[in-house]
Structure formats: C-alpha cells, structure tokens
Design a protein around this ligand. Structure first.
Ligand SMILES: CC(=O)SCCNC(=O)CCNC(=O)[C@H](O)C(C)(C)COP(=O)(O)OP(=O)(O)OC[C@H]1O[C@@H](n2cnc3c(N)ncnc32)[C@H](O)[C@@H]1OP(=O)(O)O
Length: 413
C-alpha cells in the first residue's frame, strides 16, 4: 500500500454532490462522464448513505448504499444495497476503500434495521476481505437460436403476446414484477424512482441496437409475464442479428415458455443473449439440447451479514434445525462467538449466544454465502471453509439453509 491518507476525513455526501460523485465514479471506472442532473441516477441517489472522502473541494472516493427490500428464503427483508464504490486512480491503495467499508458496515449494523448488506462486485477479489460471501451465482448465455428447439411437450400454450413501448407498459410491468419478486430469492423491490432507473434507455447506451421493447404475455386471467429486450441488426452473407434480453419475469410456466419461444424466433436474428439467468434456469429443462445454450457461470450477489442473530432469524429454513455455529468476524466482532440457531417447522427461528460446544466452525463470509440458500454449506466445507465438529451437523444445516429455487438477481444496482 502507498502512504495511507489518514488526513482525509470521511463524511456523508450532500444532495448537491451527486454530480461530483458521478464524476468520480466515471474516473474510477474509466468511463466517459455524462452529466445526469435530474436523471434516473439522481432519482435513486441517497446522499445520506453515500460515504465520501474529499480532498479540499474535490470528492476523491465514494461508497453508497440504497435502501431497498430483498427477497430471502421465506421472507422479504430490508437490506443495504451497497453501490457506487470508487476511489480516484491517484488515491488508490491508500486504505480509503477499507475505511469506507468499515464505516459502512458499522452504520448498517447500528442502524438496527438491515441485518445484511449485499452488492455486485466489479471484481470478486475486492470484497471477501470485508466479510462478503458469494451468495448468488448466475448463468450468462449467448446461444445461436438455430440450435435451440423447445421439447415437443412444450406445445403452444395459447394466450396472447403483445408488444408495447416501455412507457406504455410500465404500469403492467411494475404490477407483475411486484407480484413475482416476493417469490424470487435475490430480487429487490422497485419504487417509482427505481422503475425510472431500470427502464432508462439512453440512445447513447444502445450500441447501435434498437430501443428496448416490452413483450407481454396474457393468459386467460390477464398478464402473466413480460420480457424486456432489444435487437441489433447485423449482416454477413445473410442475417446475423442479435436479440439482447434484459429481463424475463413470469408468473406462470406458460408465460415463460411463450416469451422464450418468441425471443428464440425473431426474424433476421441468430444470437440470443441473456446475462442474468438463474443457476436453475428453466430453459435448461425446456430445450432439446441444453448444451447449445452455451451457458457460463458468473458471479451475481455477494452478501455480508451485518447483524448475525437478526439475519439468521429473519429468513426461513427448509427443515427444522438445531445447530451451534462458532463464527469468526474480525470486522464486526459482535458477530463473532458461538451461536445456537434453532429453526422450527413453522418458519420461526431463534439465534442466541451459547456456551454449548460448536457443531460447525466458519467465517462470517461463509454464512453470507449460504444466506440466500444458493451456496450449500456442504460445498463450503468441501472447499475447506466450513469445518464440521459434530458428525451429521453439516448435512442437516446444509439442507435447512438451501432454498427450493436458486437465488437469482435481476438487475445490477
Ligand atoms: C459495489 C460496487 O460498487 S463494485 C465497484 C468497485 N469499484 C471499482 O471497481 C472501480 C475501480 N477501482 C477502484 O475505484 C478502487 O481500486 C477500489 C474501490 C476497488 C479499491 O479502493 P482502494 O482505496 O484502492 O482500496 P484500499 O486501499 O482500501 O485496499 C484495501 C485492500 O484491498 C486490495 N484491493 C483493493 N482493490 C483491489 C482490486 N481491484 N484488486 C485486488 N485487490 C484490491 C488492496 O490491495 C488492499 O489490500 P491489503 O489490505 O492487503 O493491502
């Protein structure tokens, strides 16, 4: 590390500093800076949760958080959605990120409302040192649509597809998303300001593709699913266009089938690109040759337990469980120690300090990784991260922590 900048003071931002923070982030990410005064980014900015370092009148580092709900196994909970983290290139490796992360986690914990923090990492290597665990992987695929055939059992389901502009469809999209997101672990709530942000489709960001369209599927009882997508024209001895899928939200299997049947059949296109399919993506079970989806595993959500007993009792478990964890947490020592977690069949759970002998030994990042029910404790044990002291405890805890459907993430925040 270069000489630490202990002289710089950490403080929260003011509302008028949004552009200065955006400018800093553009520099840190190596992106062109685009003023967004009054734009969708400004609408979701939470200055009082934005921790900044200023050197004189220049903001040189920022770490923010959004106040949102997150669906976790069996519950919807408040969770700090950590975001907009950046340090100016000439201030890097002087400990500024570390100071922001320590303060942010302390604030989240002492706020007493959000038992966990979560984030998307620009690089996985950054956040594990602060106790984040990899909680939701995703699948990204770019398939040649000519290779993708639905199994014969997926005969046309009936219903109706219609296309609409994002603006016209917005109310319908929001209503359906709200219905579905509470059933999907890893999905966050969306206020009106969030819909402005999610549906923002600046021409400069389209890379030569069309505007985004909404594709809506209606069954006998009304709207059952939608997709947001765009296409890009390309020619090379014939049509080579691409369909880029932003999100697919379906309340019924019929909606899911018909939306994807359409997306895999757009005239003059060859490639279908979807970057945030779930690890248990249904398409893998719907097509004749799953291999041809060419799906690749990528990281998605990283979770940090801020308040261990609050977090472990906020979610539900797949089976009743009684287990004693010995947990290490260097950054938030209140989480460290030996805890008994009891989960009952009715979904309630208690988590209290105990003097009983531990069944399992782990780091707080392992509980973060397991929190959404997508990373099995048994896999973390195989990796040498979780240690079993009582035979059988690992399997029992592992099964209880798992979520029936894999957690997934719909949007980078
Ligand atoms: C949730 C989000 O917003 S993700 C976006 C994160 N931001 C970016 O990727 C933008 C570009 N990068 C940056 O702005 C900065 O390099 C940051 C924010 C990643 C790191 O900020 P810094 O102030 O340099 O971090 P800091 O000096 O506190 O480093 C802490 C430790 O992490 C390590 N570290 C920090 N960033 C990285 C990295 N990108 N790769 C590897 N190690 C890293 C440092 O080497 C240091 O290790 P040490 O404790 O063993 O010495």
């Amino acid at each position: 590390m270069m000489t630490p900048r202990d002289d710089l003071q950490l403080r929260t931002a003011t509302a008028s500093e949004y552009e200065a923070v955006s400018h800093l982030l553009a520099r840190a990410f190596g992106e062109p800076y685009e003023p967004d005064e009054g734009g969708p980014g400004a609408g979701i900015f939470e200055p009082d949760r934005s921790l900044v370092f200023a050197d004189g009148d220049r903001i040189v580092a920022n770490a923010g958080a959004f106040t949102r709900e997150l669906t976790v196994p069996g519950a919807v909970i408040p969770a700090a959605h950590v975001t907009m983290v950046g340090v100016l290139p000439t201030y890097r490796r002087r400990g500024l990120l570390s100071r922001m992360m320590h303060r942010q986690l302390r604030d989240v914990r002492e706020g007493g409302v959000e038992p966990i923090a979560l984030l998307w990492a620009s690089e996985g290597t950054i956040y594990q040192r602060f106790g984040y665990g990899h909680a939701a992987q995703r699948l990204a695929f770019v398939a040649d649509r000519r290779d993708i055939t639905l199994l014969p059992r997926f005969a046309t389901a009936g219903g109706r597809l219609r296309e609409a502009s994002l603006e016209d469809a917005r109310k319908d999209l929001a209503a359906l998303y709200e219905r579905v997101r509470v059933t999907r672990v890893g999905w966050s709530d969306r206020t009106e300001a969030w819909w402005d942000y999610v549906l923002n489709d600046k021409p400069a960001h389209r890379g030569g593709a069309t505007a985004r369209h909404a594709l809506l599927y209606e069954g006998a009882d009304g709207l059952e699913g939608y997709a947001i997508w765009r296409s890009k024209e390309e020619w090379d001895h014939g049509p080579q266009g691409e369909v880029a899928v932003r999100e697919v939200v379906a309340a019924t299997p019929a909606a899911y089938t018909e939306l994807w049947r359409f997306l895999f059949s757009v005239d003059l296109t060859r490639k279908v690109n979807f970057w945030c399919a779930a690890m248990d993506e249904p398409l893998l079970h719907m097509v004749t040759e799953p291999r041809r989806l060419r799906a690749q595993v990528a990281d998605g959500l990283w979770v940090r337990i801020a308040d261990l007993p609050a977090a472990l009792t906020a979610r539900a478990y797949s089976t009743p469980l009684s287990v004693v964890f010995e947990v290490d947490d260097k950054l938030l020592p209140e989480n460290a120690g030996t805890w008994r977690l009891d989960a009952a069949a009715d979904g309630s759970a208690t988590c209290v300090p105990t003097d009983d002998a531990a069944d399992l030994v782990c780091d707080v990042s392992d509980l973060g990784a397991a929190y959404l029910g997508g990373t099995a404790l048994v896999a973390l044990a195989a990796a040498g991260r979780v240690r079993e002291l009582t035979p059988g405890a690992l399997d029992r805890a592992s099964v209880a922590f798992l979520s029936p459907r894999a957690p997934s993430a719909t949007e980078v925040f």
